[in-house]
Design a binder for this molecule. Structure first.
Ligand SMILES: C[S@@+](CC[C@H](N)C(=O)[O-])C[C@H]1O[C@@H](n2cnc3c(N)ncnc32)[C@H](O)[C@@H]1O
Length: 271
């Protein structure tokens, strides 16, 4: 795990991603259906985590297609492999890679990245690389957050404090917690054409994004404490207050805005 990733990795990180996958599943499915994942396509899922979208892509490309997931977290990759095998899905593979330093030895029809670019110091560089990894006519699909989107009704000071700490911690690692609205511009700057976008905003009275927000707050403890943004006791109190707020079905909580953007690679890849 590089120091640039502020959220706890390993098995705990995978369990958080399971919640995230539940919250995002309908919107990611809608996005993939709208963009169109052709049967038989060869897909790459970068920063694939536990492989939730990797497997969704595998379902869409069918038995004649193939999907490869890459993530730098060995534990998550191993769990992804195991879960995929248990589900009897055969057209998926995973490898442990730092995607900022990796050149695959084949070209893909679709490259996909969810909630990865927000953690990178140079997301434009990765998009340029992803364009190189695509066949002419191939599509890049990215989903990412705008952390400023969080809201609570009534006002929840603990949520506000969490957003401030997360934002600062990501910024100190040179990354952008509010990258979402920059995605179309970043795709264009990387040379993609026919750039399109959608915006979704998870909010809930019970469970869903409320629970995910609390779990994420718990999972940034190491980074926040290492950065001196809060003591362990202060963070525990903030997390407890967030859970108390989230468990009240009369309160409303919204998570980050999620920008979904995609574009086409319409030229021969450079060598
Ligand atoms: C927020 S998670 C999202 C996982 C997955 N895309 C999903 O939506 O379920 C971000 C993932 O990116 C991975 N990651 C961060 N930096 C990376 C890098 N340089 N190379 C590969 N994976 C990276 C992390 O290990 C983590 O699993």
């Amino acid at each position: 795990m590089t120091a640039s990733y502020v959220i706890r990795g390993g098995a705990a990180g995978r369990e958080r991603l399971r919640l995230l996958a539940e919250v995002m599943a309908p919107e990611t499915r809608f996005l993939l259906a709208e963009v169109g994942i052709p049967p038989g396509a060869l897909c790459l899922d970068v920063g694939c985590g536990g492989g939730d979208v990797t497997r969704e892509l595998a379902r869409m490309v069918g038995p004649t297609g193939r999907v490869h997931g890459v993530d730098l977290d060995e534990t998550k990759c191993e769990l992804a492999r195991r879960e995929t095998a248990e589900m009897g899905i055969a057209n998926v593979s995973f490898s442990v890679r730092d995607v900022t330093r990796w050149e695959p030895d084949e070209l893909f029809d679709v490259v996909y990245a969810r909630f990865l670019l927000t953690h990178l110091a140079d997301p434009g560089n990765l998009l340029t690389a992803l364009r190189r990894h695509l066949r002419p006519g191939g599509i890049a699909i990215v989903e990412d957050i705008d952390f400023r989107g969080h809201f609570a009704e009534p006002h929840c000071p603990a949520l506000q404090r969490y957003v401030e700490m997360y934002t600062e911690s990501v910024r100190r690692r040179g990354a952008d917690p509010n990258i979402g609205p920059r995605l179309p511009g970043l795709l264009r700057a990387a040379g993609f054409t026919e750039v399109r976008m959608r915006l979704v905003h998870p909010a809930a009275l019970q469970g869903g994004i409320k629970l995910l927000t609390c779990v994420t707050a718990e999972n940034i403890a190491e980074a926040v404490i290492e950065d001196g943004l809060a003591s362990a006791d202060e963070l525990r109190q903030i997390v407890d207050e967030m859970y108390a707020f989230a468990n009240d079905p009369h309160t409303v909580m919204g998570g980050p805005r999620v920008f979904q953007a995609w574009g086409r690679q319409d030229t021969e890849p450079s060598t």
